[in-house]
Design a protein around this ligand. Structure first.
Ligand SMILES: [Zn+2]
Length: 208
């Protein structure tokens, strides 16, 4: 018989669904919540319930951003920042990669978030990624950069995506396409790299 009351077991199971949280970690977190005298679970539940409520995608780069009620065109903090170098666009898989690059303080250009990589096995094709909006963005003369940096992970799917993008970008002959230098471990996700390695990879980027 399970020694855990159903309410505790349910909470553990729910937390364990998150990536990177095993049942042991979930158990520890739930017991910490039970022990805490402050109603921390209410605070967490409220924050989670509101997580997606006012959250949207930046119309330009597809990073997450706060939406304003009644407004459909919203831009993220990076796109809003007039001091950013508009002549460079860094293409990343996920918003977490953008955040990792921002932490290096080495990059001052703009971004484009794909929200994934091509993965035929998981039925992710170009249409599922924010690729069309990238080419539309580049078709707009005001948005054309001098350089596009492919800052993708070091795995087969990311490599296939980089190749696909390079072909798509060929028609923009004036744009130099670069990718992060070696140092990105094979199979490694960008946002798991330490800041130093990521900074170096960004500085040593080379033409694709
Ligand atoms: Zn943006």
């Amino acid at each position: 018989m399970n020694s855990l009351p159903k309410s505790i077991q349910n909470a553990i199971d729910a937390l364990s669904d998150l990536p990177g949280i095993g049942s042991r970690s979930a158990e520890r977190l739930i017991f910490a919540l039970l022990k805490n005298e402050m109603p921390l679970e209410e605070k967490i539940a409220k924050a989670l319930l509101n997580l997606k409520k006012n959250l949207g995608e930046c119309e330009r780069c597809h990073h997450y951003c706060e939406t304003i009620e009644g407004e459909s065109n919203v831009q993220c903090g990076v796109c809003h920042d007039f001091s950013r170098d508009k002549k460079v666009i860094c293409i990343v898989e996920e918003p977490t990669d953008l955040i990792a690059i921002e932490k290096t303080h080495e990059y001052k250009g703009l971004y484009h978030v794909l929200h994934g990589v091509l993965s035929p096995m998981n039925k992710v094709g170009p249409e599922q990624l924010r690729i069309r909006s990238l080419t539309e963005r580049l078709d707009n003369t005001d948005e054309k950069p001098d350089e596009i940096i492919l800052a993708l992970s070091g795995n087969i799917e990311a490599d296939a995506t980089a190749l696909y993008l390079t072909n798509e970008l060929k028609k923009f002959s004036t744009i130099k396409v670069t990718r992060l230098a070696r140092g990105i471990p094979t199979g490694g996700d960008l946002d798991y790299l330490d800041i130093g390695t990521l900074s170096r990879a960004m500085l040593d980027r080379r033409e694709f």
